[in-house]
Design a protein around this ligand. Sequence first.
Ligand SMILES: [Zn+2]
Ligand SMILES: [Zn+2]
Length: 234
Amino acid sequence: MEHRSGCAFCGKELRYMDRPEELPCVFCHGLFSTQAKCVEGHFVCDTCHSLSANDLIEHFTITNTSTSPLRMAIILMKSPSVKMHGPEHHFLVPAVLLSAFYNMQGESGKKEAKIRKARQRAEKILGGFCGFYGNCGAAVGTGIFMSLMTDATPLSRKEWRLSNLMTADSLRAIAQAGGPRCCKRDSFLAILEALRFVKDEFLVEMDAGPGKVECEFHDLNKECLKAECPFYPA
Ligand SMILES: [Zn+2]
Ligand SMILES: [Zn+2]
């Protein structure tokens, strides 16, 4: 979603104030003195405003303290640098899962190195992977999450099994929802499968907030399945 003018978070109109105010950036949470905020009160700092999608995802998930991968995903998806469809979703999925998992475990110190590795791996999954290779990058993103969470390698036994099963489960859910590709629907399905998988295999209940996802992006997707998509608002 390109907000050419207006708020870089929600697209709404900007207001300019007579006096500077101290406001937190909605993406990095740093405090800045500013004379501009949107009608909803959002402020986006200059650094976050000019970051590439993957830089923003990396920075946001390393600094964020949220335990909800879906909430983090939805905030990132609202940024103008994250397009409606695009390979940045291949990194977005493992990044929000790793961040939320380690935030919840009280081990946020572990996540920075893992999120950087997730990015290196995810950047090798090209755009269009779903249709051209039969392997949606959001599903592979959950495999990357599981591999990094369990420190899997090609020689591991249990970790290898879990990483490949994770991708398989996400991919099945995504495939069964049917084409054409939607990077929002496929990312939501992949994250939901990862929450279920972590619960089944590790008996760890991750934060499922906001519960039922109501997609805010359908207007931007000309191939939206609308009522046939599980996330289309009722
Ligand atoms: Zn706004
Ligand atoms: Zn910022």
